[in-house]
Design a protein around this ligand. Sequence first.
Ligand code: ADE
Length: 225
Amino acid sequence: MHIDILTVLPELLESPLQHSIMKRAQEKGLLIVKVHPLRKWAVNEYGQIDDYQYGGGAGMVMMCEPLIKAIEELSVDRKYDEIIYLTPDGTTLDQKISNQLSLKKNLLLICGHYKGIDERIREHFVTKEISIGDYVLSGGELPAAVLVDAIGRLLPGVLNDETSALTDSFQDNLLAPPVYTRPVDFRGWKVPDVLMSGDHKKIEDWRHEQSLLRTKERRPGLSTE
Ligand code: ADE
């Protein structure tokens, strides 16, 4: 999968995508992420990419020209399956959306700033609008990193058996069961006996039961959400 990201703050995206599983995905060539500094397409020598909003009011708006020029230039090299704008008023990201996006080949992500991007870009170029939750961040960079991570770990070959995404929370609309590691007894707090029984069927049943219980207690509406 190839993901291009347009941003005014490329530095913000560097570190989150260069460690752990995202690093491995890129090293294996399963995921290519290219971060493009939007100021490359600025309207003048001062690097301007935003301007005051029509109608007045506080806050700048990201202009049509730099973003549209960037989208058009990048579109010469590849046909995007989706052009995604990260915005608090988008559809809230969930595992289903992540699964669907992980099947695509080319994605272009647009990180907004200030008051957002000129509506005409949303109308004429953006194909999907995604929020990572009902709170407002300073820009779309951290949401873009979240989205790339959520999608990237689902790409075939990125995770091994041990870290398989199939046992993640949400994959069956169920939360994952509790997990334990050594020691068996820590300050008198014991690991459930069943996990030490060596009986795989029993362990599997226990985990499923715990998943159901956890989901019922913590996210009762999950299957219908
Ligand atoms: N930009 C600012 N806040 C955001 C959010 N919650 N989700 C996606 N993009 C955003």
